[in-house]
Design a protein around this ligand. Structure first.
Ligand SMILES: Nc1ncnc2c1ncn2[C@@H]1O[C@H](COP(=O)(O)OP(=O)(O)OP(=O)(O)O)[C@@H](O)[C@H]1O
Ligand SMILES: [Mg+2]
Length: 446
């Protein structure tokens, strides 16, 4: 949304400019004095100010100086009366972008001047953002994994990120990579130079929801000393990531629904709706559909969110990702801890493959980091693996169980992790199917 602020005391000029400059995707505000102009410039953050040099309460040059002092990038187009060209030249020297002469007999010239200035402002801002991004480097986010599920997800994310789609819903257990997918949807899109705004719905209470998300006007409540744009507004042209969306209260759900229906927000204490171009990515580690059935999540909001659902399976259902992820995290850990661990032994990798990873990728990552940090050697073997939850005696400290008991427990664990598939389990265990069958039969009689 482009914002144009007109500062002119003549009502006929206000009306004319309002009418001539109006077009979709553009918002025009008008004020009649220098004082109101400065206040409106601070509140509205216009892209272009059209400023009359003759104002009732101040000279236009003073207002121009004040505007540019507050924001040196502010684009100001001045309006001069017939024969005031000298003042116009002075204003240009002080940083005005262009000038228009009254009376406006050529309306196309007027339109063109404002459109050009807006384009110029847009291009300049885009360049600034790119330079800023280069300075701090775009975050390197990789969706690692070789499993069919992850390959398909990576392809979908890549394709959808660049599309016009503006609503996504990511579902998956805790630690499966929902935030990684959300960031990819942003950083692989043309929106990448704009903001990725991360909102944890579980952490925003009902009382603060509106002012945090929609912002507030100065004086809207006791603490509102300045006008503050909300998180949704900050995500304009970028992405708003609504994490743990299932945790919103019913009243916050209703407010979010309105944003989704109108694609606009109204600041607390404000009187106008601000139209926004925001990509909304919601995530939940609780099954939203089920919460709807139980009456704990609004059905209409669910349908609004569930336009493009992306489900991330738990890590135990995509075991082909475990080794690629392990290598990925190993490299990171080496850099982070100044280590030169080369990798894991085959047997150690088999342990990683057999473990069910209830904490998903996050647990794997923490585990690899611990292993690398503690590794006394270049190749991590089973005996160097830190303890894993539930894998008694396989790694970690001895606990007095017999080898056969440990073996049985481990076989059961592996079987569970592959959904009971014996051929798969045998592969993970590095034994033949027959040997596995034998061991299982021994287990039954033992
Ligand atoms: N496919 C992947 N490739 C690389 N890293 C990943 C992948 N999936 C997850 N990770 C890493 O695992 C950790 C957990 O991922 P993330 O925070 O995205 O999970 P989440 O689903 O948002 O979890 P939660 O529900 O707890 O918020 C992060 O450190 C993330 O970088
Ligand atoms: Mg998360």
């Amino acid at each position: 949304m482009d914002r144009v602020l007109v500062i002119d005391d003549e009502l006929s000029i206000q009306t004319l400019l309002g009418r001539v400059l109006a077009q979709s995707g553009r918002e025009i505000a008008t004020v009649g004095s220098g004082r109101d102009g400065l206040k409106a410039a601070a509140d509205l953050a216009p892209d272009v100010v059209v400023l009359d040099l003759r104002l009732p309460d101040a000279s236009g040059l003073e207002v121009l100086r004040a505007l540019r002092m507050r924001d040196p990038e502010m684009a100001v187009v001045i309006v001069t009366g017939y024969g005031e060209i000298g003042t116009a030249v002075e204003a240009m020297k002080q940083g005005a972008k262009d000038y228009l002469e009254k009376p406006f007999d050529n309306l196309d010239k007027l339109r063109l001047c404002i459109s050009r200035t807006l384009e110029d402002v847009g291009a300049r801002r885009a360049l600034q953002r790119l330079q800023q991004l280069q300075a701090r480097k775009l975050p390197q986010i990789a969706l690692v994994g070789d499993s069919p599920a992850t390959r398909a997800l990576r392809d979908a994310v890549h394709r959808l990120a660049g599309s016009e789609a503006d609503t996504f819903l990511i579902l998956g257990e805790s630690g499966t990579g929902k935030e990684v997918v959300a960031s990819c949807l942003h950083y692989e899109s043309p929106r990448r130079t704009f903001a990725f705004v991360d909102v944890n719905c579980a952490a925003i209470g009902d009382a603060l929801f509106e002012s945090e998300l929609f912002g507030h006007e100065r004086g809207a409540f006791t603490d509102a000393r300045v006008t503050k744009p909300g998180l949704v507004e900050l995500a304009d042209h970028g992405t708003l990531f609504l994490d743990e969306v299932s945790e919103l209260s019913p009243s916050s759900q209703a407010k979010l629904l309105r944003v989704m229906e109108t694609r606009s927000v109204r600041r607390v204490g404000g009187t106008r709706d601000i139209r926004l171009d925001v990509r909304l990515v919601a995530a939940s580690n609780r099954p939203l559909g089920k919460l709807v059935a139980e009456g704990r999540f609004r059905e209409d909001l669910y349908y609004r969110l569930n336009v493009i659902p992306l489900a991330i399976p738990p890590l135990r259902e995509r075991r082909d990702d475990i080794i690629p992820l392990t290598r990925h995290f190993l490299e990171h850990a080496n850099v982070r801890f100044h280590k030169i661990v080369a990798g894991f032994s085959e047997e150690a990798e088999r342990h990683l493959l057999g473990y069910p990873w209830p904490g998903n990728v996050r647990e794997l990552r923490n585990f690899i980091e611990r292993a690398v940090l503690l590794a006394p050697v270049e190749v991590i073997d089973v005996e160097h693996l830190p303890p894993l939850d539930g894998v008694d005696g396989v790694a970690g400290t001895p606990n007095g169980r017999s080898l056969a008991a440990v073996e049985r427990a481990y076989i059961q664990l592996v079987l569970r992790s592959v959904g009971g598939n014996k051929s798969e389990a045998a592969k993970v265990l590095g034994i033949s199917r027959n040997t596995l069958r034998g061991k299982l039969e021994d287990g039954e009689t033992a």
